[in-house]
Design a protein around this ligand. Sequence first.
Ligand code: AMX
Length: 388
Amino acid sequence: MSDEEVLLEVTNGHLNTGLRGVPVGTCRTSFVTPTEGVHYCGYPINELTNFSPEDIVYLLFNKELPNPQQSVEIREDLAKRAKIPGDLVAVFRTLPKYGHPMDWLSVAIHTIGMWETTGDWKEDAMNLIARMPRIMGLMHRVREGRDEDIPADDTSLSMVQRFVSTLDLDEIDNDKMERVIATYLVLHMDHGGGNLSTFTGKAIASSKATVYSAMAGAMNALSGPLHGRANQSCLEFVLKIGTSDPVEVERFVRGELAEKRPIFGFGHAVLRSEDPRATTQFALGEEICPNDENFKIIRTLREVAPRVLAENPKIRNPNANVDIASGALLHHVGLEDPTYYTTFFGWARVMGIGAQIVDERTVFRNGKGTPLYRPKYYAEQQTLRHVE
Ligand code: AMX
């Protein structure tokens, strides 16, 4: 691609459209195609689902899958970085319980950045990734009023096991919970360069604010209902349906459409077939919870909704998206409150956004980094005038 190649002729019609489709940069960690969905460093996501989150962190930062030795080393490296350099429980205790968990997550990331920032992009990104399992576990515990006798962070465990052991819930199948969360993290880590949270994180980092400030901002972007919080809405939608009877589900879907409400968990801005991340989670659900009530509802929805949505020619993809199944699986393994679901999305994205920030700050433009973001805005309804 030469510097002179024309990629897009920008017209008036592009203004005030949220930069949709306007090329602004390159991405080395992932890309999305209409049929196979997201690919990490060239690998279609459905080929990566059996790797551990640690191995995918290695891939996103090094652009190659780790060999067995490198796989051990990345785990050891993350374990060394895991200690949170301050009393996060004390900070969490000061936050309003009615605040959304995404706001808590953002505050936690920002607070840790105040306690300790090395100033080295990769160091800070890796340190934050290593601390996320504990941040997530402590957040759950304090919000649930279980902020005493929290088990010590056992850094010999995997990232997901550290979260599950911090949570330390009774009557939970820890193995199942670990499997669902590990799959969730791998599927959600990255999704190209231009999604809002990733773009926001990179834009903030372009000012040479810290990784922690950039990531707190990225989490704020992810928290919106049009972005990450859609996964919370999805399970709330499934709970509202309340039946897996195909006739009833179809009646419900048609009723929602008649009321001009979205059918959550279906449709996509880029994909034109079922999202492979949905396919993977459906397969996992068939294995671990085929008779779960919510799973039965989404199984029926997967049959009914695409057929009904396809009746509207405006809908470019009537098929299931990533959010349809994740909530039902998290609910099944004991994470029953949908308001937390976007924080798992945030946990996963810290890894992809971290890798993209490191690329933009230390690799692009021969290592000089992408300059301070500064897109152009035209003045509107502002004729020059003076105070009389
Ligand atoms: N239910 C109802 N209407 C839908 C629909 C759905 N599942 N999917 C698309 N449509 C509508 C759009 O709202 C749009 O209507 P409009 O012309 O009146 O604005 C029209 O069909 C054309 O939409 P599109 O070009 O096919 O998709 P899009 O890029 O505009 O929107 C998305 C994509 C995901 C926002 C949309 O499919 C949607 O709202 N889905 C339901 C909510 C949902 O599941 N969100 C999670 C998204 C997953 C993700 O990306 N993380």
